[in-house]
Design a protein around this ligand. Structure first.
Ligand code: UDP
Length: 331
């Protein structure tokens, strides 16, 4: 029986595919390649190109393959884009979940591990953020993912589809062997942008806002290595297969780093000057987002291997240095 990875050609999904294969699982990938890359998908996985909102496409997969669980990454994830194009997010993210859950119900696939996000919490009332804290998103991206969490809960009570929602904080880094990594077009995320400046592909980093209510005025975020994140999904699958109830877990390091601290760490890791300037705030950014992640550690037995942002940045740097044009598969 196989695990279906929806969005397996994307940044996190492709690392998940690698991790599943390394753990002896059979893997089927579904991806429409709207933001993902064919070259990111390990050739040992069976690859279906199509859109999860397309019920006929999903039926073809569930008819052909013996799927025991779905790991769902197929979504748009750029906060500022969601502010300017909210309906695109509700259509692809929230709409995609409807079709996927309907197909799972009909084909009696009972388990789903879902990439949720810290953005479902909105502006946190206290730090670090606990899973039981109020979820009041302040951008359409966060709301689209919160709606997906709610849909899974109702699909559980009506059809018995069990889920684990993993609320990611900031994901960074790459496979330690440098074979796959982060390549978005256009790139919007902090770490890959800093890497591109270090490579000389961009003139400078713009730091979005230095008047936030944080120690140095720049946003504070909690960075997790992409392979540690993939490991958490493996543990979540194990948790579901063991017959446990649906649940939600934060995935973070429990340590916050400001944008200025990230820049400094990247200068140390790369040995490059990395010019930077202050720029206006970006809409939709809360001051700080730091996870309480003891629930994932205690219940799932999650033990992140990367507990230093320097090590996380070092793996990102290895990928960027060895792939200066990324996957280079855009026309
Ligand atoms: N950021 C920045 N300059 C950039 C890209 C991002 O200052 O060119 C900041 C952004 O405002 C936020 C942090 O870096 O405070 C992380 O943003 P990213 O887009 O990487 O992830 P998000 O928190 O939106 O998931």
């Amino acid at each position: 029986m196989a695990i279906l990875v929806a969005g397996g050609a994307g940044y996190i999904g492709s690392h998940m595919v690698k991790d599943l294969l390394a753990n002896g699982e059979e893997v089927v990938v579904a991806d429409n390649l709207s933001t993902g890359h064919r070259k990111a998908v390990d050739p040992r996985a069976k690859f279906y190109i199509g859109d999860i909102r397309d019920r006929a496409f999903l039926d073809q997969i569930f008819i052909n393959e013996d799927i025991k669980a779905v790991v769902h990454f197929a979504a748009f994830s750029i906060v500022p884009e969601s502010m300017s194009e909210p309906l695109k997010y509700f259509d692809n993210n929230t709409g995609g979940m409807i079709t996927l859950l309907e197909a799972m119900r009909d084909f009696k696939v009972k388990y789903i591990v879902f990439s949720s996000t810290a953005a479902t919490y909105g502006v946190p009332e206290h730090m670090p953020i606990k899973e039981t804290d109020p979820q009041k998103p302040i951008n359409p991206y966060g709301l689209s993912k919160l709606m997906m969490e709610h849909m899974m809960a109702w699909a559980d009570s009506a059809y018995g589809v069990k889920f684990v929602a993993l609320r990611y904080f900031n994901v960074a880094g790459a496979a330690p062997d440098g074979s796959i990594g982060e390549d978005h077009g256009p790139e919007t995320h902090l770490v890959p942008i800093i890497m591109q400046v270090a490579q000389g592909k961009r003139a400078e980093l713009s730091i979005f806002g230095d008047d936030y209510n944080t120690p140095d005025g720049t946003n504070v975020r909690d960075y997790v290595h992409v392979m540690d994140l993939a490991d958490a999904h493996l543990l979540a699958l194990k948790y579901l297969f063991a017959g446990n109830e649906s649940n939600a877990f934060n995935l973070g390091s429990s340590t916050g780093f400001s944008n200025k601290q990230m820049l400094e760490a990247a200068r140390e890791v790369t040995g490059k000057p990395i010019p930077a300037k202050m720029a206006p705030r970006r809409p939709g950014d809360p001051d700080s987002l730091v996870a309480a992640s003891d629930k994932a550690r205690n219940v799932l037995g999650w033990k992140p291997k990367y507990d230093d942002v320097h090590d996380i940045i070092a793996t990102a740097w290895k990928w960027h240095e060895s792939h200066p044009q990324g996957y280079n598969d855009r026309n």
